[in-house]
Design a binder for this molecule. Structure first.
Ligand code: HAX
Length: 439
């Protein structure tokens, strides 16, 4: 058994035992109360899932195993000559709860290199798609095309004992994460570089190699990639891509099927696709105004015109957060330190000044602040990755780290099939009538 698997095994088995005893003793306790608004309103804030890798606080933002993003930047190992955390370190942390050493992260980088071979038929499946299929569609199909190699599916067919589910899930998780950058880069080069593929450089770390395969051998871009891949990895379990992966996995669909489902959810404009929408929206503003250096007043008018035609301002608002997203702030800080002269980045900062008061004035927006997607596109454009339809794919590569670490935990803790209760409108009316009659 490899070192990471051994640590995960020991920790997760101990936690599974503790959880069983804990739920036996306290299982009947009430943790939450559900309002009619929450039933109709997309189940906001209903505490109803167990999710180990991270926890979100409405004001503080995300914490991965208790660590904030600035703490991760300080404590996780970075690349030689680099400052940003290596995503390998975050994966280790999410899976084990421990900050890894440099040696452990090096081992993980090498383990993913050894597992990174992508079977040829995966590329054939992607090639069968029209070139204008959205990159997220190509990513989702690329992941699905690998499903025939699922260790979980193969061992399940042969009669896998449920006490071994976690083991097969770990193997699939490691294989998928190892292969994803190659598939994602293949899609980029297929669509935007006339199929000119850059082969992997196995001397590089996971994020650095992804940047290299995208064709960007620029240390600034590689550092941004490491930061991007770290901060987008997880946002507790209730967000749509995490929840979809979890729900699908709860039927014992293997990690390939589950992750592909999660990616389809990430591809929606209210979720991960917002990162491409932000740049598209700013580009349209620049074209409409005829200047790449709009004033705050011009931006304010443009925001109002967006709202007037019944559209949302992309990159703003959040279902849980009630403050500027620390993932936005981390990217802002990266841009302040590394990008001197970008009109697009400056527009993003002006939008940050202008949008929150306008959204607040609407009186209905619960969080007027920027989310993770408000900044990333402008930094990618700065480094030359200008094809914004591709941005959500990078998000997807990162998100795999969190949702698959969570899936390992779900199998280790024997979390069951997920099955919430739904009701009809008629049921709600009768419920209200009955409860009023009882008063
Ligand atoms: N622009 C305009 N209106 C907005 C808004 C925005 N950015 N954010 C919220 N609102 C509106 C909602 O559309 C809703 O209007 P109606 O009552 O007329 O339907 C009202 O304000 C209340 O919404 P809310 O409770 O504040 O927000 P929700 O929890 O319903 O939705 C969203 C959260 C993220 C979907 C929402 O803020 C939004 O659409 N934002 C723009 C898209 C976006 O940036 N998505 C990415 C979110 C982060 C993420 O998942 N990244 O991957």
């Amino acid at each position: 058994m490899d070192a990471l698997k051994q640590i995960f095994f020991e920790k997760s088995q101990a936690q599974a035992k503790e959880l069983k005893e804990f739920t036996k003793e306290y299982g009947a306790r009430h943790v939450d109360d559900v309002t009619l608004d929450q039933i109709v309103g997309g189940m906001r804030d209903i505490t109803s899932m167990l999710w180990e890798p991270s926890l979100l606080d409405a004001s503080e933002g995300i914490r991965f195993r208790g660590y904030s993003i600035p703490e991760l930047q300080e404590k996780l190992p970075s690349a030689p000559n680099g400052k940003e955390p290596l995503p390998e370190g975050l994966f280790w942390l999410m899976l084990t709860g421990d900050i890894p050493t440099k040696e452990q992260v090096k081992w993980l980088t090498e383990a993913w290199v050894r597992r990174s071979h992508v079977p040829d038929h995966v590329f054939t499946a992607i090639e069968a798609l029209p070139i204008d299929a959205h990159p997220m569609t190509q990513l989702s199909i690329g992941i699905l095309a690998m499903q025939n190699t699922s260790v979980f599916a193969q061992r399940y067919t042969m009669g896998l004992n449920k006490s071994e589910y976690w083991d097969a899930t770990y193997e699939d998780t490691m294989d998928i994460i190892a292969r994803l950058p190659r598939i994602a880069a293949y899609i980029y080069n297929r669509i935007y570089r006339n199929g000119a593929q850059t082969l992997p450089d196995i001397s590089l770390d996971w994020g650095g190699n992804f940047a290299h395969m995208l064709g960007f051998d620029n240390e600034g871009f590689s550092e941004y990639m490491r930061l991007f891949l770290t901060i987008h990895a997880d946002h507790e379990g209730g967000n749509a891509s995490a929840h979809t992966t979890h729900l699908t996995g709860s039927t014992l669909s293997d990690p390939y099927l589950s992750l592909s489902a999660g990616m389809n959810s990430l591809a929606g404009p209210l979720h991960g696709l917002a990162n491409q929408e932000v740049v598209r929206w700013i580009q349209k503003m620049v074209d409409t105004l005829g200047t790449s250096k709009p004033t705050r007043e011009q931006i304010a008018d443009y925001v109002k015109s967006t709202l007037a035609i019944g559209r949302v301002v992309p990159g703003y608002g959040h279902a849980v957060l009630r403050k500027p997203d620390p993932r936005f702030m981390a990217q802002k800080e990266f841009a302040e330190n590394n990008i001197q002269d970008s009109d697009l980045v400056k527009i993003v900062w002006k939008v940050f000044d202008v949008v929150p008061p306008i959204l607040s004035d609407l009186g209905k927006v619960k969080n007027p602040w920027p989310n993770v997607d408000a900044h990333s596109g402008s930094i990618l454009v700065h480094y030359g990755l200008k094809e914004y339809n591709y941005y959500t794919v990078i998000f997807g590569v990162s998100r795999a780290l969190g949702v698959l670490a969570a899936q390992c935990w779900a199998r280790a803790l024997s979390l069951p099939l997920e099955r919430p209760k739904s009701v009809t409108f008629q049921w709600l009316k009768e419920y209200v009538k009955k409860s009023e009659g009882e008063q």
